[in-house]
Design a protein around this ligand. Structure first.
Ligand SMILES: [Fe+2]
Length: 306
């Protein structure tokens, strides 16, 4: 049986000013803390680090960590070494432990025997949509007007790749990722276990970088309220509100202070073991209130990285 990771744990990134990161992620609705000189980002109600941000001369994606089953490290070691991969020590900014190696673009990958922590429930959703109208004698706006968007988990992360096909093959062979869908020469979406349509993927570029991280919120209102809050706090560049094609999730993206995007998402497609991937060119959104910015697929990270 092919080994495969259990899911996405966290990512590591370097930025020039940790206090800017603390403010940005806090404004986005995430919790921040400190660990060994790094900024740690978490979701409300979830006992799991989702981002480890360290200080460095320029912004750069550092690593991506995935979960593996308890007691499986030896088997994974044999598997990775059998593929000719060199196992490494944790890089600067990374957390000790687990298995470390690099992908063809030089990104560090970390496999850890760490369970995916449970995330909080959103509770019952009372929308009068279609033929079902559970909300009677309740004025929704009175609740929504004072609400604040708080993501409950990081759902996925997309890297820029210098070669999407090569990256897809590498992650399939090494950590058991499976293709969900792709736009040849554009975007590749992957999953591991049944669940979200994608937890990881690639945007075609000339060199590595972070395209976006994506964080789950309860519904369309939380996406729009979060985007409104970010706009009011000075993060003016955004794309949304819309519904994606591949993955079908509702979305709004906000440009982070370092040139990548951060996404609120809700209502993503769930897929099982028998999902059949597609590979045709489709527009990025079924609908959206605006056209994507011309810079949406531009990789602002420097190449090559130090
Ligand atoms: Fe996304």
């Amino acid at each position: 049986m092919t080994l495969r990771v259990t899911g996405l744990l966290h990512f590591g990134m370097q930025v020039p000013d940790l206090s800017q990161g603390e403010k940005f992620y806090g404004d986005f609705g995430l919790e921040t803390g400190e660990d060994d000189g790094r900024l740690v980002v978490r979701c409300d109600g979830r006992d799991q680090d989702q981002a480890l941000i360290s200080e460095g001369p320029k912004k750069a994606i550092g690593h991506v960590a995935f979960g593996i089953e308890n007691g499986s490290t030896d088997e994974w070691t044999r598997h990775l070494e059998g593929l000719g991969l060199k196992l490494l020590d944790a890089p600067a900014g990374g957390r000790e432990g687990g298995l470390w190696f690099r992908d063809p673009d030089g990104n560090h990958i970390n496999l850890r025997e760490e369970p995916l922590a449970q995330w909080r429930s959103f509770g019952e959703q009372t929308y009068n949509w279609g033929d079902v109208a559970p909300r009677v004698d309740q004025a929704a706006w009175q609740t929504l007007i004072n609400s604040r968007t708080r993501p409950r988990r990081m759902g996925h992360l997309l890297l820029f790749s210098s070669d999407n096909e090569k990256s897809e093959q590498f992650y399939t062979r090494t950590i058991g990722m499976r293709l969900s869908d792709k736009i040849p020469g554009g975007a590749t979406f992957m999953h591991s276990a049944p669940g979200d349509h994608h937890i990881f993927g690639f945007i075609q570029s000339t060199h590595p970088g972070l395209h976006h991280t994506s964080w789950e919120v309860a519904n369309i209102d939380e996406i729009a309220i979060g985007a409104q809050t970010m706009s009011q706090r000075g993060y003016s560049e955004a794309w949304g509100l819309g519904r994606h094609s591949l993955g079908s999730n509702l979305f709004t993206y906000i440009r982070d202070p370092w040139g990548s995007w951060i996404e609120y998402f809700s209502d993503i497609d769930k897929i099982g073991e028998n999902w059949e991937p597609s590979g045709t060119d489709v527009p990025p959104a079924v609908w959206c209130a605006m056209m994507p910015p011309e810079t949406f697929h531009i990789n602002f990270e420097e190449a090559p990285r130090s």
